[in-house]
Design a protein around this ligand. Structure first.
Ligand code: AMP
Length: 192
């Protein structure tokens, strides 16, 4: 099964993707995590991506499509995968479809986590506080100002991707303001 999770930053995509991975063996592919790993490793991609990510902007479509195209060929994606944070633009959605078609694959479901933007600021603050408590460095983009920019980018560039999947009959909506367990139950109902 191949899934896409949509929702603004802090909507719970990562949390739900981890659960689906643990329960169903589909591989979580978080493009944000892949980019952060590249930044930490100091690769050429990481060096290019760092300033863009810190500013809450989007890394170029070509880079992102190439990154996912390579990743889904790995053995751990054989049972399927969950795209978390990709596609983020209509061009990425089109590139993804072309790439999947070439490989005889298709997306089974696109799930949108619908959330109240105001609550996202509280969640981001909690995530930053939890990192601080655990003695870890907070994500450089976990602050209110960057969140504001990332939400604007989501509204302008990623929200227009939703109709792409809606017209193909693939888009399902889940109330992301519920408790984690309740969101997971609604997601499971879609996947079963
Ligand atoms: P995330 O962890 O998904 O919120 O991603 C963190 C940052 O990585 C984003 O704010 C972007 O700068 C970058 N990024 C992640 N996924 C993508 C993507 N599909 N396209 C462009 N930029 C991305």
């Amino acid at each position: 099964m191949k899934l896409i999770l949509f929702g603004p930053p802090g909507a719970g995509k990562g949390t739900q993707a981890q659960r689906i991975e643990a329960e169903r063996g589909l591989k979580q592919l978080s493009t944000g995590d892949m980019l952060r790993a590249a930044v930490a490793a100091g690769t050429e991609l990481g060096q290019q991506a760092k300033a863009i990510m810190d500013a809450g902007k989007l890394v170029s479509d070509d880079i992102m499509i190439g990154l996912i195209a390579e990743r889904i060929k790995e053995q751990d994606c054989a049972k399927g995968f969950i795209l978390d944070g990709f596609p983020r633009t209509v061009a990425q959605a089109e590139g993804l479809d072309r790439m999947l078609e070439k490989n005889g694959m298709k997306i089974d479901h696109a799930i949108e986590f619908v959330v109240d933007e105001k609550a996202l600021f509280d969640r981001i603050e909690t995530r930053a506080a939890e990192s601080a408590q655990a003695g870890e460095a907070a994500r450089a983009d976990d602050n209110a100002e960057t969140l504001r920019k990332r939400l604007a980018v989501y509204r302008e560039q990623t929200a227009p991707v939703l109709p792409y999947y809606e017209t193909r009959g693939l888009l399902k909506k889940v109330d992301g303001m519920q408790q984690i367990e309740e969101v997971a139950r609604d997601v499971a109902a879609i996947l079963d």
